[in-house]
Design a binder for this molecule. Sequence first.
Ligand code: ATP
Ligand code: MG
Length: 393
Amino acid sequence: MIIREQDMKNETDIDIEQAADFLDLSPSRFSELLDKKLIRQNWDQYNNLFRFTNHISDIDTGSVLLDHNGSFELVKGFPKIRRAMLLEPAIQANFSDNSTVVVEEKMNGYNVRILNYKGKLIALTRSGHVCPYSTERAQNLLNKCFFEEYPDIVVYGEMAGPENPYVRKDIYEIDSLDFFVFDMRRKNDGGALPVSERRTLAEKYGFRQVEIFGEFSIPEAASKIKNIIKNLGDKGHEGVIIKDPNMVLQPIKYTSSESNCADLQHAFKFYNEAGRDYIFSRVVREGFQSAEWNESEEELMERCLRLGESILRPMRKSIEEVQDGARIADDSRIRVKDKKVIDEFKSYLERLGLDVVFSPAIKVGDEYIVDIKKINNSTSDKTLGIIKGQLWS
Ligand code: ATP
Ligand code: MG
């Protein structure tokens, strides 16, 4: 039987008074948030975790309250990173109080937070769910000593690589999936460690980290980043995050044209489902980048071709596939050591409302590989309708 999260109720024995006091809310407000599912209880062995499904007071969406039988901890959600459309003025405007910025690679995978929970590492997704696959991977990838020695610190990073059920990317010379640290924050207040302190700690404990390209003075940063972005783009990599070395000011992000176009390519494969804002914002980025970099006619033509191809080719392919009787699906793969994680992960995805087909597990060495198909009915049905003569609207 498939259990869907939307049908579940909070059946909590959390001490409302104490939890409310910890969060600086009134008990009635806390109860109301539970009733309205703005704070939601996790299930099974993680039912002591409560996830914020909305921004409440100064607590971001995706934050998680841990209830240790009456004493509490808060793991803050990962804050939104705003985007520079033009590098030069955005850096000037956002970091005017600084003399330098640090530039790190923005890796393209999915965001997870790792912490020690009841003696085991767990991985929280951006929304604050405990993902069984990421949790199993984190347990195999990370040195637990760090979390025992620094119980107040949560490690934030990107899970990236081809064996990735959320954002499958084969651009990093990774065979399966790896975890790249990009942030460490204290529990409760969410304060971030300065970049150099975080990098030193990560190095000491043998964590892989996102690449650092350097620390640049404000006047030189935009032109340095332009070169970095061009090199990243050539490799199909995503872009950079520009950070205050002390991590007091909010970071900003900036991406390569190749990555914007790769997003469009994926979006147009599922043209009937992709959000209009998602698509539109990526096209607008191309306009600003081309203008800021004062491109020659030849460079502009290259950009036009890249952009156009990323829109048209995947759409035509989807249409032809449906004409040939297929249904459009998003394929991914996972690799686990512990076979029972496969079923746990499947029911987790179903609980979140996804329609997935898992292939039988294949044993490779001491691990199991499973192929996953996420069925996209919307684009398949729309295309089939049009093939049968349906009008667009
Ligand atoms: P946001 O709400 O921050 O805009 P988004 O879901 O739209 O997030 P992105 O456009 O991918 O995501 O940009 C932010 C994400 O980039 C972060 O959530 C994080 O997972 C990822 N990331 C990759 N590398 C880094 C890095 N070096 N520093 C910070 N974040 C990074
Ligand atoms: Mg991302």
